[in-house]
Design a binder for this molecule. Structure first.
Ligand SMILES: Cc1cc2nc3c(=O)[nH]c(=O)nc-3n(C[C@H](O)[C@H](O)[C@H](O)COP(=O)(O)OP(=O)(O)OC[C@H]3O[C@@H](n4cnc5c(N)ncnc54)[C@H](O)[C@@H]3O)c2cc1C
Length: 507
């Protein structure tokens, strides 16, 4: 039997049809097109995946399906392993091409991509994989990175195709529900809404008014929820591209009236920088996939991983450490799936330095919890905030200082740690220092209704610092740092590093 020729557009973490090279290239060919999303059951068993991610993807797939229908062919959804699904399709059709985006993901997705590449080669299928954002595959030298990335970002958007040749008579396949048991690691609370229309709405409101106080509020939990862009899950799952966002910001900059420039310019510039950091961090994982599992500087291997205190870990994860600001941040994050950058850094710093927990263990809880889990940023940041890169200044956050700086009246704390709702303002950052009479009067007994601090910060940090110093002072440490820097550092970071080598920053 003569099989119909088809081409496949394989959607992964790029759930849009605008600025999407694979679907655009397919639209130029006059053969039937099968746009497919595969729910990979094994992926959803991995410790970094979670039902919260699926909830966001579910919304996004619904919209992607609508958008694809408009241009001629609905999105086909299948559940199982990519290889098996492609094999089954190739029994029915003559697959001529598979178009997709490069994905900088976990080792799991990397191995799957390699397997598919091999299978396509063996089956004479032309697999065409296009770059995503500013990430450069097989980058020769790190010093070329920013030039290539910036020139890519300046390119025009890839046009949205107006039609693709449909594939008749194919079952579209149900998108598994948000409650499906395929998805593990449940959450309690809310999830940011997915879908392209939502992404466009939030960038519009950000550029219209929300972003006016972006930098001013960026480290204030409780307020930054409204004033940060909140684009991260959209960029992670690809409902918009970074390039699209940069173009919209540029338009906004060009349209500013003289009196608006003072308010907007620094905020917009700050978002532009962060979008560049986004690519910078993802590039690290692209260049060195092992950073998902291994410390960038190998001298840090063995530092914490054999010392897991499960009680500390559980207390941190549940927001029961006895440090109100840490607990409020963690409970808020667990509930909403998002918290601002500084608080993410502080939560990791507390886990890594105060509780001496390994970043690989704490990283999985955070990966499941963040709706925006992006492996490249995630593992690079976890390592930075745990002090194991060998190229960054060690940053140790003081949870009481952070609390007084960013939540002076304890409003955020009282919202997320209701046990402390009646604690007078003067004690809110350190309720364990409250006298017993006050504790009784407000019915909040420390040790009973709310825990005592599980560690003494000053003591814990003293110990952590001396353990870190032992490593930093080992023979060959600086040589190791130089190697990390030349492979994974950016030019700008190199200059910064010269000034601050081995410095310890207490924040
Ligand atoms: C330990 C730790 C883990 C993190 N894990 C993730 C993750 O899995 N996914 C993720 O998207 N971000 C991660 N971040 C970075 C940052 O906290 C989030 O990108 C940001 O809070 C998302 O909110 P927003 O979209 O409102 O960001 P905005 O402040 O509005 O910034 C705009 C965009 O720039 C990018 N961006 C912002 N800050 C950073 C940064 N420091 N590094 C790289 N890119 C940045 C994001 O794509 C973000 O959407 C992590 C930070 C830390 C400290």
């Amino acid at each position: 039997m003569l099989k119909n020729s088809i081409q496949v557009v394989w959607f992964k973490r790029d759930l849009r049809i605008t600025d999407h090279r694979p679907i655009f290239e397919a639209s130029l060919n006059s053969i039937a097109t099968l746009p497919i999303y595969i729910v990979e059951t094994d992926y959803w068993k991995q410790p970094f995946s979670s039902k919260r991610h699926w909830s966001f993807i579910y919304d996004s797939l619904k919209e992607l399906r609508k958008d694809l229908k408009i241009i001629g062919q609905t999105l086909i959804v299948r559940v199982g392993s990519v290889r098996k699904i492609f094999e089954d399709l190739s029994l029915q059709y003559n697959i001529k091409y598979i178009f997709s985006h490069e994905e900088t993901g976990n080792k799991w997705t990397y191995d799957r991509d390699k397997e598919i590449e091999k299978w396509c080669f063996e089956n004479n299928i032309f697999l065409k994989v296009f770059p995503s954002n500013g990430i450069i595959r097989r980058l020769k030298s790190r010093s070329d990175w920013s030039k290539i990335r910036n020139s890519r970002m300046k390119e025009n958007l890839i046009p949205t195709p107006t039609n693709i040749v449909p594939l008749l008579k194919i079952e579209e396949g149900k998108i598994p529900s948000k409650e499906d048991t395929i998805f593990q690691n449940n959450y309690t609370g809310t999830v940011q809404k997915g879908g392209r229309s939502e992404a466009l709405k939030i960038i519009e409101t950000f550029l219209a008014h929300r972003g006016k106080n972006y930098t001013y509020n960026i480290s204030k939990p409780g307020i930054s929820e409204q004033t940060c862009t909140r684009l991260s899950p959209h960029l992670t799952w690809g409902t918009v591209s970074s390039k699209e966002i940069l173009k919209l910001i540029k338009l906004k900059k060009e349209s500013l009236l003289e009196h608006e420039k003072k308010v907007w310019n620094k905020n917009l510039t700050s978002v532009i920088s962060r979008l560049s950091w986004r690519c910078h961090f993802i590039q690290k994982l692209e260049t060195q996939p092992s950073i998902e599992f291994n410390c960038m500087h190998k001298f840090y291997e063995g530092l914490r991983e054999n010392n897991l205190d499960i009680n500390y870990y559980n207390a941190w994860k549940k927001g029961l450490t006895g440090y109100p600001f840490i607990d409020a941040c963690m409970r808020s994050l667990n509930h909403r799936g998002w918290i601002t950058f500084r608080m993410r850094a502080m939560l990791v710093s507390f886990a890594s330095y105060d509780l001496w927990l390994d970043w690989r263990k704490t990283g999985h809880h955070l990966a499941q919890t963040f709706t925006d889990y992006e492996p490249g940023i995630h593992y690079s940041q976890l390592q930075m905030q745990s002090g194991v890169t060998g190229i960054n200044t060690l940053r140790i956050y003081n949870p009481v200082k952070q609390s007084t700086d960013h939540d002076p009246k304890g409003k955020f704390i009282k919202k997320w740690v209701p046990e402390l709702a009646n604690v007078p303002d003067i004690w809110i950052h350190e309720p364990s220092k409250m006298d017993l009479n006050t504790q009784k009067k407000i019915n909040c007994l420390i040790g009973k209704h709310y825990p005592n601090p599980i560690v003494d910060h000053s003591f814990a940090i003293k110990q952590a610092k001396s353990k870190m110093s032992l490593i930093i002072n080992k023979d060959g440490y600086r040589q190791g740092s130089k190697m990390v820097l030349s492979k994974l550092g950016s030019k700008r970071i190199k200059k910064y590093k010269k000034k601050k080598d081995n410095q310890l920053n207490l924040i």
